[in-house]
Design a protein around this ligand. Structure first.
Ligand code: SF4
Length: 64
């Protein structure tokens, strides 16, 4: 599974960080930082789906 994050679309709700701190951190201005480099570890795939489904700006996409 791959995960991508669109910084331009992100509005900084931090929902992704609250749901999956293993995958996302927040920068000083509140926008998300994707912590993994494209590939999602198998044990975090469920969380990756969760954050993609819950990002209100559709800034997170998963593939595979
Ligand atoms: S949930 Fe979406 S819009 Fe909100 S901080 Fe995360 S990536 Fe950005």
């Amino acid at each position: 599974m791959k995960i991508t994050y669109d910084r331009e679309a992100c509005q900084g709700h931090n929902r992704c960080y609250m749901l999956a701190p293993e995958l996302f951190d927040t920068e000083d201005e509140g926008y998300a930082i994707l912590l993994v480099d494209g590939g999602v570890p198998a044990e975090l795939e469920e969380k990756a789906r969760l954050v993609a489904d819950n990002c209100p700006e559709f800034a997170i996409e998963i593939e595979g």
